[in-house]
Design a protein around this ligand. Sequence first.
Ligand SMILES: NC(=O)c1ccc[n+]([C@@H]2O[C@H](COP(=O)([O-])OP(=O)(O)OC[C@H]3O[C@@H](n4cnc5c(N)ncnc54)[C@H](OP(=O)(O)O)[C@@H]3O)[C@@H](O)[C@H]2O)c1
Length: 326
Amino acid sequence: MKAMVASSYGGPEVFQLRHVPISHPEKDEVLVKVHVASLTTADTMMRVGKPYIGRLFTGIRKPKHPIPGTGFSGVVVAVGENVTRFVEGDEVFGETTLGFSTHAEYVLLPENGVIQHKPENLPHEEAASYGDGVLTAYNFLIEIANLTPGQRVLINGAAGAVGSAGLQIAKHFGAHVTAVASAHNHGKLTQLGADACIDYQTQDFTESNQLFDVVFDAVGKSSYAKCKSILTPNGIYLSTVLKASILWDSFITALTQSTKRAAFAATGLRKDHELNEMLSEVIKIQQKGALHLPIDRQYPLEKLAEAHGYLSTGKKKGNVILRVES
Ligand SMILES: NC(=O)c1ccc[n+]([C@@H]2O[C@H](COP(=O)([O-])OP(=O)(O)OC[C@H]3O[C@@H](n4cnc5c(N)ncnc54)[C@H](OP(=O)(O)O)[C@@H]3O)[C@@H](O)[C@H]2O)c1
């Protein structure tokens, strides 16, 4: 099969198109023909191997799994003899997390991995990206912040994959949402449900005179220290980006039992069964018509290096995908 392979950490030039053997499913495994794979900001961090702490999971000197990519949507083409949840021909989608390997024509997963039947009305293009922005936003807003109806939420980086999913999930749960993004994205964000928009290029949202129950910094550009004054007395600041400051603030606010809290989480490190349960919950939201993933750009498998160049700009809108089956 065709696969993109990276045998070292580095720039986009580390990717090479190779022909590699297709692995056949063991007793409890499912072989999926990948139609579309996700392309995420985290993929660029895995490619360079930074922050270095991530190498504890991805390989110290070089990538443990040379084929990159974690999100996928495709069709089951073979199953192991003990598999009961899936049969050949099922359309499926999910996430391989630390198993990577979706930037290839075929990927193997354990039956009890993060894999679900794809709803008919969910296109492969959107399904492939659910494991990134949607699961992350659900993890932060629902699992960590326990968002409730009527709460006021501010989302920084609302035009990205995490932010645009967070906006829709927060609206689905009955929150009032203020979206922070460049002005040219405000129209789209209003269509997705934003009640108010702030242009971070002309206004510092941390100096707002309004209070928020949740400040969800989906791009990690601010800090708890700066946002504390715009949190309600029991408000929470969430950041998706690992920095010493968010770890310290999470630790201190928990230790001192402060009513205002800070939190970070690495969604992809949650257990497979937990991610699978969250995926079931977000499918319910999608089935109610409340979740639409904006697709910014798509690239063919062979253009992975070019795609990484675009991801590295930090300016993508919503989701970028890799079209594996032409
Ligand atoms: N912790 C976790 O579990 C987890 C999981 C997945 C992803 N992540 C992380 O989450 C982050 C966001 O990923 P993403 O894919 O949603 O987005 P992204 O591609 O990293 O960022 C895209 C958006 O960021 C906005 N942006 C750039 N500079 C900004 C600023 N100074 N203030 C506000 N917005 C700004 C841009 O919006 P405009 O066009 O409006 O300027 C753009 O639409 C990444 O760092 C990723 O690694 C964490």
